[in-house]
Design a binder for this molecule. Structure first.
Ligand SMILES: [Zn+2]
Length: 211
């Protein structure tokens, strides 16, 4: 499916009260002692999938999210970030899409900040070929793209691309992960901006969980 980030109001949508992304206002979040994320085992990308708007790679990995079992499916990137924290946008956000055995979707959102180069991102950039799906010659270890501590903002929302289905548990990590300035520039050379506009929170709670 193709869609145009310059004409987002034309995107088809079947419902509309629980959409993503959102601006997370930290003074309004509710605290919880729940353990949001426990990474379990190695995250590894094995295939890069052809996409017009983003670098997407699928592979293996597993996590407990709110104490339930999820399998990692794919990672992809948005520049600039889609979610905001207190109105502030990071230069890049990546989505680690997970699914449970019963089909529940859960996405862990991670913000990048400019700092030292990220070897996991470099591994993906090195093996990227425009708009073709291919097995990676060398599987890419994704460990450096996973934060390992901090606060996670949990809420219920939607896919941020059509069909915008309201079927997603979101886990937005407050702690950022470093990527190199030249890596961000290389990524932006490949892809135009692909952030969906901020959506109304409506009556949804946002839970701050530990991690
Ligand atoms: Zn995404």
């Amino acid at each position: 499916m193709t869609f145009d980030y310059a004409h987002q109001t034309d995107w088809p949508m079947t419902s509309g009260q629980h959409q993503s992304p959102i601006d997370i206002q930290t003074q309004h979040v509710q605290s919880s002692q729940l353990s949001a994320i426990n990474w379990r085992g190695l995250y590894q990308a094995k295939t890069i999938t052809g996409e017009a708007t983003t670098l997407k790679a699928s592979g293996i990995g597993a996590a407990y999210l709110n104490d339930r079992d999820f399998a990692f499916q794919q990672i992809h990137f948005h520049t600039p970030a889609e979610h905001l924290i207190d109105g502030q946008a990071a230069p890049i956000e990546w989505h680690l899409v997970h699914q449970s055995a019963t089909g529940q979707l859960a996405v862990v959102a991670v913000f990048g900040r400019i700092g030292k180069p990220n070897s996991s991102l470099q591994g993906l950039l090195d093996q990227f070929t425009a708009q073709t799906s291919h097995e990676l010659t060398t599987p890419v270890n994704l460990t450096e793209l996973l934060p390992d501590t901090g606060t996670v903002y949990h809420y219920l929302g939607s896919l941020t691309t059509p069909p915008l289905s309201e079927t997603v548990e979101w886990y937005v990590c407050a702690d950022t992960v470093m990527i190199g300035e030249q890596q961000l520039a290389a990524y932006q050379q490949l892809f135009a901006a692909n952030n969906r506009k901020i959506q109304p929170l409506n009556d949804r709670p946002i839970i701050a969980e530990r991690f």
